[in-house]
Structures are given as structure tokens and as C-alpha cells.
Design a protein around this ligand. Structure first.
Ligand code: ZN
Length: 56
């Protein structure tokens, strides 16, 4: 299982994904969350890299 916590990339945010089936799926969910909750229309490359390394 794959998970991600927004707090892991330094956001003051309680959002977490648990039990994703793949890193790609979790990354996609994280992108939707970033757009909806954090107003990021597109994910800057440095943030994407942080998210990618925070997914475990
Ligand atoms: Zn968040």
C-alpha cells in the first residue's frame, strides 16, 4: 500500500492518502488535492519532486 501526507511536504494540512495501490495513483490524487485545497492549477516541478519523494 502506498500513502502520502500533505504535512510531509511542509504543508499545514491534515490531508492524507492511505492505501493507494500505486505511486502513480497516489501522485494523481495528491495533484487533485493540491488543485482543490491549495489552489495550485499546476504543480510546480519542485513541489512535484517533494510529493514524489514523500510518497511511501
Ligand atoms: Zn493539503
Amino acid at each position: 500500500m502506498v500513502g502520502f501526507k500533505c504535512a510531509d511536504i511542509g504543508m499545514k494540512c491534515g490531508f492524507a492518502i492511505n492505501g493507494g495501490s500505486s505511486k502513480e495513483e497516489v501522485l494523481q490524487e495528491a495533484q487533485v488535492h493540491a488543485r482543490v485545497a491549495h489552489g495550485m492549477a499546476t504543480i510546480p516541478p519542485d513541489v512535484a519532486a517533494k510529493v514524489s519523494s514523500a510518497i511511501h
